[in-house]
Design a protein around this ligand. Structure first.
Ligand code: PGA
Length: 253
């Protein structure tokens, strides 16, 4: 099981450092069965990384530019993320797709760049409410997978994480039911197995979209849910720790 916090564009420097320390303190005992990570804003990566040192909590970024360096004003490269201690990077979050115009082709280059530089991409996919109502949810998600993974070879299940995040569930308080999530996760797993064989079948698939302490256990109990990508609830250490605990209890009740 994996639980990753996506802090988005939240926290001051003080809050970020404090939250990182609290997360280390609160979840360290559970990290034997659950892999835990946090993805702070770029500008706090170094300070947060400092707090995570000597802990098992992984450091991740929220996006990455595909080039290693160059004239790309305002962007952050995979080389820079590695240098500051990142292990993971979220790629293709629906907010990046919707608000910053990221296409599947752009996301594919980011996934490939992350892989080339030893970062583990957390590739986000998910349909909008209209797409779900039209009965297109599964085809939208498999198209996103194919687009983003087009040029990506996968040697090990440890080199990629997929996060299914239905757009209508992100930050809305509305969660996919465990059944809805399981059904899409099974489709994603089947698709990854078709593409990468056993390596694809073993790729962790997280659910994201209003995961909270009160619904985490029911979601994580589904067989194809390997954990969660947590937005709002990752900013509160009590909630985040409760979600990690729910994940741990599905491994050893
Ligand atoms: P949320 O965000 O938990 O606040 O819905 C999830 C995400 O965007 O990764």
């Amino acid at each position: 099981m994996l639980v990753i916090g996506n802090w988005k564009m939240h926290t001051t420097l003080d809050e970020a450092v404090r939250l990182a320390s609290e997360v280390v303190r609160a979840i360290d005992a559970q990290t034997e069965t659950v892999e835990v990570g946090v993805c702070p804003p770029f500008i706090w990566l170094e300070a947060v990384g400092e707090r995570l040192r000597d802990s098992d909590v992984r450091l991740g970024a929220q996006t990455v530019h595909p080039e290693a360096s160059g004239a790309f004003t305002g962007e952050i490269s995979p080389v820079m993320l590695r240098e500051v201690g990142c292990a993971d990077v979220i790629v293709g979050h629906s907010e990046r797709r919707r608000l910053f115009g990221e296409t599947n082709a752009m996301i594919a280059r980011r996934v490939a760049a992350a892989r080339d530089h030893g970062l583990r991409p957390i590739l986000c996919v998910g349909e909008t409410l209209d797409e779900r109502k039209a009965g297109d949810a599964e085809s939208v998600v498999t198209n996103q997978l194919d687009g983003a993974l087009e040029s990506v070879a996968l040697e090990s299940s440890a080199n990629l994480v997929v996060a299914y995040e239905p757009v209508w569930a992100i930050g809305t308080g509305e969660t996919a039911t465990p059944k809805q999530a399981q059904s899409m996760h099974a489709a994603i797993r089947h698709h990854l197995a078709g593409r990468y064989g056993e390596v694809g079948r073993g790729t962790p698939i997280l659910y994201g979209g209003s995961v909270k302490p009160h619904n985490a256990a029911d979601l994580f109990a589904e067989p194809d849910l390997d954990g969660g990508l947590i937005g709002g609830a990752s900013l509160n250490v009590t909630d985040f720790a409760a979600i990690v605990k729910a994940a741990a209890e599905t491994v050893s009740p």
